[in-house]
Design a protein around this ligand. Structure first.
Ligand code: URP
Ligand code: ZN
Ligand code: ZN
Length: 458
């Protein structure tokens, strides 16, 4: 039994036409006009609706042990929330503790991810450099289907690396043909500022933001790009938030550096006034880098249009206000960093990007799906509507509207950082691996149906 999507306006990163898509098993078998259903096929009438490739979120953390707790969505609830919002695949990060065997950490991540309802891939975080690191990186690329590495310039003393370690990672990734992704913040300066502020009796969530100002991110971005130039290793800067980083990336590109940039919905849509909320509510927005002062958001939108940023992700890493964030009630330094967003990414980017004239529909598809699939070696299996691609498809109702709330979202989290945001346009149907898993508000996912996506270089 197949799934036939009829008479939708099919939008890809380059195409725009009215037609039908036929899914046979887990792949797209036909794209064209007047495709007939076979008996037993499920038919979705997509007239008046848009049809997109399923969303790919290249930056999420399900069930991540972090800052003394574990992110609140596991692979099942997190991928299910993604499906409800039109995101049908994710790339999560294997994050070994310092001195942990990377291969053992990978095995643990495979165990956790087995319950995902939709497909997933992994980046491997290199959190320390030792005798075996080169061999582990080789195994990732050549045997394990993991072609991208993550490095944290922040989180010193935990999962962060220092400059010599980062240079080693880049130099070795270069020999393997992998991609290095970078969380760019000057780790030592963050610790210095945190301790200074805390020492002055400044304990609330707003001081999280003040301990990580834009200059701290911009400097680290520029430094990582200098290392990229010297090693010849392409880099992907995750969760870019500010003008300082965009300036560094544009300068580097003009200087021949092969850099990709990612931002996240929250950095486009929120400003740092969120940290002024009373009753410790600002803690819900504690993430790294932090939400920026007004002005940076417009720079990010412009950078998307310019092509200086290439993807919009979420950095989905939810922590509940009660029982998790409140660990830091008297000390912003220990508030778990992160927030939920995977379910809201596509509706927010459609509403505030496409409908406000900042992005066209092709750019929307590119930023939410196709470009990440290309950068991370998953295209055209993911990010495409064409024969042979995975049958991950979103039927998008442009007439739908909604209001985001923690009371109704599918995230396993007691707060939404987009509480009260109005959205226009929403997935009416989401096909995942050839099965309709979301239809008119009804989520019918299957624990463990997702598969690991092996990637190759070149
Ligand atoms: O605050 C954040 N971003 N938490 C998740 C870990 C990371 O740095 O991406
Ligand atoms: Zn990060
Ligand atoms: Zn992250």
């Amino acid at each position: 039994m197949g799934v036939l999507i009829k008479n939708g306006r099919i939008i890809t990163a380059i195409d725009d036409f009215v037609g039908d898509v036929y899914c046979d098993g887990t792949t797209i078998a036909a794209v064209g006009q007047d495709i007939d259903a076979n008996s037993g096929d499920e038919v979705i009438d997509a007239s008046g609706q848009l049809v997109f490739p399923g969303g790919l979120d290249p930056h999420v953390h399900m069930e991540l042990p972090f800052m003394g707790t574990v992110s609140a969505d596991d692979f099942e609830t997190g991928t299910a929330a993604g499906v409800a919002g039109g995101t049908t695949s994710i790339i999560d990060f294997v994050i070994p503790a310092r001195n942990e065997d990377l291969m053992e950490a990978l095995a643990a991540w495979h165990d956790k991810a087995g319950k995902a309802v939709s497909d997933y891939a992994f980046h491997m975080a290199v959190t320390w450099w030792g005798d075996k690191t080169k061999e582990w990186m080789r195994r990732c690329v050549e045997e394990e289907g993991i072609t991208s590495f993550k490095t944290f310039m922040a989180y010193r003393g935990a999962i962060g690396v220092d400059d010599p370690e980062l240079i080693e990672v880049m130099a070795h990734a270069k020999t393997l043909g992998g991609l290095v992704t970078v969380h760019a913040e000057h780790g030592d300066m963050v610790v210095e500022l945190q301790n200074k502020l805390f020492g002055e009796g400044k304990t609330g969530p707003k001081y999280h933001a003040l301990s990580r100002p834009p200059a701290v991110e911009g400097e680290a971005t520029a430094r990582s790009l200098m290392m990229s130039k010297m090693t010849g290793q392409p880099v992907y800067i995750v969760h870019v938030t500010c003008k300082e980083s965009i300036d560094a990336m544009i300068r580097a590109r003009m200087d021949g550096v092969n850099v990709y940039g990612e931002t996240c919905t929250q950095y486009l849509l929120l400003d740092d006034s969120v940290y002024d909320k009373p009753d410790f509510e600002g803690a819900a927005y504690v993430m790294s880098p932090p939400i920026r002062p007004k002005g940076h958001q417009e720079v990010l939108w412009n950078a998307l249009k310019l092509g200086a940023l290439h993807t919009v992700a979420t950095d989905h890493c939810p922590f509940n206000q009660h029982g998790q964030k409140d660990r830091g009630k008297d000390d912003f330094r220990v508030i778990p960093n992160g927030a939920a967003g995977i379910e809201n990414r596509m509706a927010l980017l459609y509403t505030y990007g496409v409908l406000e004239g900042r992005l066209d529909l092709h750019e929307f598809v590119d930023l939410t799906s196709t470009r990440a699939a290309k950068i991370f070696g998953m295209y055209p299996k993911k990010g495409a509507i064409r024969v042979g691609a995975d049958a991950d498809i979103v039927v998008w109702d442009p007439a739908a509207s909604g209001v985001i709330s923690a009371n109704t979202h599918h995230h396993n989290c007691d707060r939404s950082i987009f509480e009260g945001f109005e959205t226009k346009g929403a997935a009416s149907h989401v096909v995942v691996a050839g099965r309709v898993q979301y239809a008119d508000g009804d989520l019918k996912v299957e624990r463990g149906a997702g598969e690991f996506v092996r990637r190759t270089v070149g």
